[in-house]
Design a protein around this ligand. Structure first.
Ligand code: ADP
Length: 542
């Protein structure tokens, strides 16, 4: 027997409607690309999103059309998200930090009809325009006074476009599984693949994320969305904030420590989220200038592992609680978050810190399992490492245009490509990416654990560990290290330091000091490139 409740579709437009109805006066603050701080309200945002939707309809945009954006976190970008999605079209956030040939590849692959862009990315688009096969026009997200000179053909000014409309539009109603947004994976292996988020997955993810044990966002929260909107849906924050009428602060293009600090304090931000690199810059700025964080309550760190010292500094020195999160483009993106439990309250801080360094426990809505190479489930004992697999209403079913074929196992779980163990409390700890694990004499060495151990050396700034060929052991670890400013550590120093911290067979066979290491567009070490560079490296141990 079926339940007899209403089957209303979960649509992204309901979020902006909710904000307009109940939080019309709540503010959205942007550091604009043009420079000045811009302030307006959810009432303004709703009206302008509807005007934009009308303009898109006038341009012939229909259900299912893909509309690209190259934009920082700003109020105009937010309006584009809601305006596009509200008429059943799909917001395709293009990561402008990708390599240019990847940008043109994904715009063509997604068949973007229009591109909304900030003035910052005009030069990139001018270079790529001859290769873009489906783009009918570029809409520059600025006003007439700030329109740049450009060789781009078919250019429109955002403010002119919406000025021509009156905002008298009712959001379209359609099936909740209609695609709302799309993002491409960063393509560390092969071409980037498209992930199509549905209206339903975005709304369910926003509902789950707002909960107290997850992001804990309500109408009294002042949220700064630092994680870019082009990075896995801005971790869903641009959906969660309007859902609950949180004041929303958008940092625009300025992600340096001083700019972020200024907004945090001026706007009395209580919650924010971003990758560790951003927080490194912020903490360096605060420490250099002897500053405090008087308003900030919580910070979510994810995308890469949050270093232990970073968590400890935020919590002990500045009184800011850290939530270490894990997620990915193939989800909306949140999977796990490290909120402590009531039963952990009396644990000593060092033990709590051990938990906080893990990637957190599964958020309601996402099921986890870990499996061995033969797909057998492994126990949650905090030791057995295996393939981290996820299933749930905001986990990818298949990639855009079926790239990669069948990507779920027989139980419907998606292989994240991460290697992890899960403890009895349900806390996930990533030990590696499957392709980065160092396989030595039939055993696995976690390249991440080794990197974390090595970077604790006071004279090292950044480290990467890869497995290189060894005739006896198959692979052995090679450490590439960047020395800290003004320091000149030796190989022996580093190996001696590591010998005290990891088991003997984990100690790398060699250390090479380098000036820089390659990174992906989202700031992760580009191990594939490093492996390529050192594939013929002969270790001194054979
Ligand atoms: P992007 O490259 O845009 O950040 P991806 O979806 O490619 O997004 O990245 C997802 C991957 O990032 C995860 O599979 C995992 O390897 C890594 N990752 C995400 N969060 C964490 C975290 N807290 N600690 C370690 N690695 C993480």
């Amino acid at each position: 027997m079926l339940g007899q409740m209403q089957d209303r579709p979960l649509l992204v437009s309901s979020l902006v409607e909710q904000a307009e109805k109940f939080h019309a006066e709540q503010e959205i603050i942007t550091r604009t690309v043009e420079g000045p701080i811009h302030r307006y309200t959810y009432r303004d945002m709703g009206l302008r999103s509807r005007k934009l939707a009308q303009a898109l309809q006038a341009l012939g945009v229909k259900l299912g059309d893909r509309i690209g954006t190259l934009g920082w976190n700003t109020y105009r970008h937010l309006e584009v998200w809601y305006g596009v999605t509200g008429i059943g079209a799909i917001t395709h956030t293009v990561n402008p930090r990708l390599y240019e040939d990847q940008i043109s590849y994904i715009i063509n692959h997604a068949e973007n009809k229009f591109i909304f862009t900030d003035t910052s990315f005009i030069k990139i688009l001018e270079r790529l325009e001859p290769q873009l096969q489906t783009v009918e026009a570029f809409i520059i997200m600025t006003d007439k006074a700030n329109m740049p000179d450009t060789s781009l053909k078919n250019v429109m000014c955002y403010e002119d476009l919406i000025d021509a409309q009156d905002g008298d539009l009712v959001w379209s109603t359609f099936e909740e599984n209609t695609a709302a947004a799309m993002c491409y994976t960063s393509g560390t292996t092969g071409n980037p693949k498209g992930v199509l988020y549905s209206n339903r997955s975005c709304v369910l993810h926003a509902m789950a994320s707002a909960a107290p044990d997850v992001l804990n966002i309500g109408s009294e929260t002042v949220v700064m969305a630092v994680v870019p909107m082009f990075h896995a849906n801005g971790w869903g924050i641009p959906y969660v904030a309007p859902m609950h009428g949180a004041k929303l602060v958008l940092p625009g293009p300025h992600m340096d420590g001083a700019s972020i600090y200024e907004l945090l304090n001026q706007e009395k931000v209580t919650f924010t989220a971003a990758v560790p690199t951003v927080w490194l810059m912020l903490l360096a700025h605060i420490e250099e200038n002897n500053l405090e964080l008087p308003f900030l309550d919580r910070v979510v760190i994810g995308g890469s592992a949050a270093p232990r010292t970073m968590i400890e500094t935020f919590e002990k020195k500045y009184g800011v609680i850290v939530g270490h999160a894990w997620g990915m483009t193939e989800m909306n993106p949140l999977g796990s978050l490290g909120t402590m439990k009531a039963s952990m309250q009396d644990l000593p801080y060092e033990t709590l810190l051990d938990y906080k360094c893990k990637q957190g426990r599964g958020v309601y809505g996402v099921e986890f399992k870990i499996t061995d190479d033969d797909a057998n489930r492994l126990p949650w004992d905090g030791e057995s490492s295996g393939h981290l697999m996820v299933r749930g209403p905001w986990v990818v079913q298949s990639y855009f245009r079926g790239e990669g074929g069948k990507i779920l196992d027989d139980e419907g779980f998606f292989d994240t490509g991460d290697i992890a163990h899960i403890d009895q409390e349900g806390f996930v700890q990533l030990t590696d990416r499957a392709k980065d694990v160092i396989k030595t004499g039939g055993e696995w060495i976690s390249s991440i654990d080794l990197e974390n151990a090595a970077v604790g050396h006071p004279d090292l700034a950044e480290c990467a560990v890869i497995g290189v060929y060894h005739p006896k052991w198959d692979e052995r670890p090679l450490l590439l290290a960047i020395a800290a400013k003004g320091k000149s550590p030796t190989k022996d120093d580093v190996l001696a330091y590591l010998s005290d911290r990891v088991v003997k067979w984990w100690v790398p066979d060699d250390v090479i000091f380098v000036d820089e290491l390659p990174h992906t567009a989202t700031g992760k070490l580009l191990k594939m490139k490093i492996r390529e560079e050192y594939k013929d490296y002969k270790l001194p141990t054979y």
